[in-house]
Ligand binder design. Structure first.
Ligand code: PGA
Length: 250
């Protein structure tokens, strides 16, 4: 089976409600029906945008969820709440969550399992900081991240997980990994998935590249065998930038 190509956007903490609606209307009018598009939008827009995109090829992702099922956690959002308003995916393990909210792989694993239990799919992010890349130990670093989280999932959970490799030094910096650097890490990640879950699941797992993906570099990155699309931050906030990235992945 050919694995599916995906372009996912990560809006982070950007756009007001009107801007969010306009952007999604613009994306719907592009009519890239064959593309698989996932938008990681702020919690507060998910319900209305899920209605707006219902029946289209755009799916909704949350950017986080709480690690407990429910209870006295003022201000938090549970997986069941997300599921009940039409959320398809949750992005977990993003480097900004790891860095600013001290999320470690144990917590990320807990969230992943809870999300899967609730019937949500997961976009799992991994990737090394600049110092690790400069020392040449990025493969070991990512392997260690995966060993503590992704590779502890069940086979069924893995089938419902998209992996995003996002080198931290490339996120929001304008500095992109070269297509060869991306390919090499994606191949490494696929081998690790294969060793744990078998070749069939590894072959079907979508592995996205993230970190300063732009219209100018998308095509080259996406042309690599093990790069199945992208997770796009800044350039997902404008239809005139995100549209060409979606096209580059068709
Ligand atoms: P960027 O962000 O495209 O702005 O570098 C990517 C991400 O954080 O997912």
């Amino acid at each position: 089976m050919k694995r599916r190509r995906v372009v996912a956007g990560n809006w982070k903490m950007n756009l007001n409600s009107l801007e969010a609606n306009d952007l999604v209307q613009d994306l719907l009018s592009l009519k890239h029906e064959s593309a698989r598009i996932i938008l990681g939008v702020p919690f507060v827009y998910i319900a209305s945008l899920a209605r707006l995109t219902n029946g289209s090829n755009i799916e909704m992702a949350a950017q986080n969820c709480h690690h407990e099922q429910k209870g006295a956690y003022t201000g938090e959002i549970s997986v069941e709440m997300l599921k009940s308003i039409g959320t398809d995916y949750v992005i977990l393990g993003h480097s900004e969550r790891r860095e600013y909210f001290n999320e470690d792989d144990t917590l990320i694993l807990q969230k992943m399992q809870l999300a899967h239990e609730a019937g949500l799919k997961v976009i799992y992010c991994c990737g090394e900081p600049l110092s690790v890349r400069e020392a040449g130990s990025q493969n070991e670093f990512v392997q260690n991240q995966l060993a503590q989280s992704l590779l502890k999932l069940s086979a069924e959970e893995m089938k419902n997980t998209i992996v995003a490799y996002e080198p931290i030094w490339a996120i929001g910096t304008g500095k992109t990994a070269t297509a060869d650097q991306a390919q090499s890490m994606h191949q490494h990640i696929r081998q690790l998935i294969s060793a744990q879950f078998g070749q069939e699941i590894a072959d079907q797992s979508s592995i996205l590249y993230g970190g300063s993906v732009k219209p100018a570099n998308a095509e080259e990155l996406f042309s690599k065998d093990d790069v199945d699309g992208g997770l796009v931050g800044g350039a997902s906030l404008k239809a005139e930038l995100f549209g060409p990235i979606i096209e580059a992945n068709l």
